[in-house]
Design a protein around this ligand. Structure first.
Ligand code: LLP
Length: 417
């Protein structure tokens, strides 16, 4: 169910007309529905309630403090992948013992910060990282809790840039080497081995790859659980897909549960999950203003004020985002939606039937709550968009639009030049 709907022919974010928001706050404008965030979180927690999973919200999908805070209030922890994300999670009110820290390249400074905060565990990606965490814990007089990320070599059937659990990916420790990694972890003096982690990729539209991967890692979990008293946590990662097209069925959390719960049955371990997109993806839209309509002998271009610096997914992954008018119309045109950036890759849609718009009209780009604002940049010295959150008829700016001064903050002209 969407919180972005037409009411009387006007597109609304919950109870608020989108054209009014565009006029008031300007464009490009990210709009998030708080109700949708909560609904998605609860749907997943409810589907899995028989095992009461630890849900670590993957804040890389949308790390606005208001979004993290909304989910923390619901009881979510956080999956973080950098010192910066850990800092955000703590600022937004996530308890340190509800935070898992993943990522292949954790620096000494990041490890020290996480140890100091007392996070729940590190998801460890290599033997060298185990050694580094143990050394840093020794130096700080603490203990590093670790779950080793294993790579189960399962095809999640998604874009090659966002597949992570296949043998050729940089992530995790190969299943055949995982035993050796656990032996090392047990020998290192300042580590506590708390579990096993896997993440297959994203977005995954069927529960089958999860069940397949669980089947592969289960024997190892059983052995480790028997041999290591502190080994009790199995983190099954994130990746649950959402619908990006009107005819695309999202991964239903009840179907997910029906496939995954039997695979976990009798294992008697605490289960962790790291959903990001499932919660945030369809909680957001990106509103843009049409600047020009341009025809050339081959094509029609709708030139908008959103560009690849605001939303990188279409150029980077050839990802599809629905684009709808904020005032309903039955008339259509055919062409591309492009931004003002000086690259031919700067498009939001290509060769598509589009609403018939004119300069000055607004369009809404849907499914822009995950991996959207967080992947924005200042390319072409464009300030990043404003972000607002809506709940019912309430509206709050949760991140101010960046100014040109924000874009040049910290830059210096050398005195010697
Ligand atoms: N856990 C780990 C270890 C991850 O690497 C990721 C995503 C997640 C959880 C959350 O996945 P989700 O539930 O949000 O699908 N920028 C790409 C997606 C990159 C995903 C990176 N890792 C995109 O726009 O599709």
């Amino acid at each position: 169910m969407s919180e972005f709907t037409y009411q009387g022919g006007v597109f609304h974010a919950e109870q608020v007309p989108v054209p009014q928001l565009a006029e008031q706050y300007g464009t490009p404008l990210y709009i998030y529905s708080r109700t949708h965030l909560i609904r998605q979180y609860r749907a997943l927690a409810d589907a899995m309630k028989s095992i009461r999973p630890h849900i670590y919200f993957a804040i890389k999908s949308n790390s606005n403090l208001a979004v993290i805070h909304t989910l923390a209030n619901e009881g979510a922890g956080a999956d973080v992948v950098s010192g910066g994300e850990l800092y955000r999670a703590r600022k937004a009110g996530v308890a340190a013992d509800k935070i898992a820290f993943a990522g292949v390249g954790k620096t000494v400074a990041e490890i020290d910060y996480a140890l100091g905060e007392g996070i729940r565990f590190f998801t460890v990606e290599s033997e060298e990282e185990l050694t580094r965490i143990s050394e840093r814990a020794a130096a700080l007089g603490s203990v590093g809790r670790v779950a080793i990320r294993v790579n189960p070599d399962v095809d999640p059937k998604t874009h090659k840039y966002t597949s992570t659990g296949k043998a050729e990916n940089k992530f995790g420790v190969d299943l055949t080497r995982a035993e050796r990694a656990y032996e090392l972890a047990l020998k290192l003096p300042h580590l506590e081995v708390v579990g096993l982690h896997m993440h297959l990729g994203s977005p995954i539209m069927s529960p089958a790859p999860y069940a397949e991967a669980l089947e592969k890692v289960r024997p190892m979990c059983e052995t480790l659980k028997r041999d290591i008293t502190t080994f009790r946590h199995l983190d099954i990662g994130g990746g649950l897909g959402i619908s990006y097209r009107p005819d695309q069925a999202p991964l239903d959390p009840r179907d997910f549960a029906s496939a995954v719960l039997p695979a976990l049955h009798g294992l008697d371990m605490e289960v962790g999950m790291e959903p990001g997109r499932f919660i945030t993806g369809n909680a957001g839209i990106l509103v843009t203003r049409v600047e020009y309509i341009k025809d050339n002998p081959f094509k029609k271009f709708v030139i908008v004020d959103v560009a690849m610096n605001d939303l990188l997914r279409p150029p980077l992954y050839q990802a599809h985002h629905e684009i709808v008018p904020v005032i309903q119309t039955d008339e259509s045109i055919f062409g591309d939606v492009v931004g003002p950036i000086c690259e031919s890759g700067d498009f939001m849609a290509q060769d598509r039937s589009l609403p018939a718009v004119r300069a000055g009209d607004y369009l809404a780009i849907l499914s822009a709550g995950a991996y959207a604002f967080v992947m924005a940049s200042n390319y072409n010295t464009r300030g990043r968009a404003a972000e607002i959150m809506v709940q019912g008829d309430q509206v709050e700016v949760v991140r101010a639009r960046e100014t040109w001064d924000d874009c040049i903050r910290g830059e210096v002209m050398p005195t010697w030049s």
